[in-house]
Design a binder for this molecule. Structure first.
Ligand SMILES: [Ca+2]
Ligand SMILES: [Ca+2]
Length: 137
């Protein structure tokens, strides 16, 4: 029986809405889970990513990492004003309703020699501000 080694992880990256928050640097991510860690992946697509106030979505396929506990996010400081203000990263495994979303708050700059950060998962609802438009039945 083939092992489940091609799990799609949806990665949503929220850039802050403050002055100079955006970046044109190349961004990379590593996922850490209870069943192992991923390789480092480039997070890029055809859009102009990581602009101020924007949300960027990517899907990475990799082995099943179990419960995601940490991510390492970094950029390469390339481009003008490469400093990046990252609000948070949310990871989902759409193939498994039991797992995720895993939310990784940052709310800090990645710039200069601090261009990499390890973020830990937070399950608390206090970071779920994206659910603001819920209608009550
Ligand atoms: Ca910037
Ligand atoms: Ca791009």
């Amino acid at each position: 029986m083939a092992a489940l080694t091609n799990v799609p992880y949806k990665i949503v990256v929220y850039t802050g809405d403050i002055r100079n928050a955006g970046t044109n640097a190349n961004v990379y991510i590593t996922l850490y889970g209870t069943r192992g860690q991923s390789n480092e992946y480039s997070l890029d697509n055809r859009e102009n990513n990581y602009q101020r106030g924007d949300t960027d979505e990517f899907t990475l396929r990799m082995a099943n990492l179990g419960d995601i506990t940490q991510v390492k996010i970094r950029h390469d400081n390339s481009g003008i004003a490469a400093g990046w203000y990252l609000n948070k990263i949310v990871v989902n495994n759409p193939d498994s309703v039991q797992q995720g979303p895993w939310t990784f708050p940052c709310y800090k700059w990645l710039e200069g020699k601090h261009n990499a950060r390890h973020l830990s998962v937070v399950k608390s609802e206090r970071y779920s501000e994206e659910s603001e438009d819920y209608s009550e039945e």
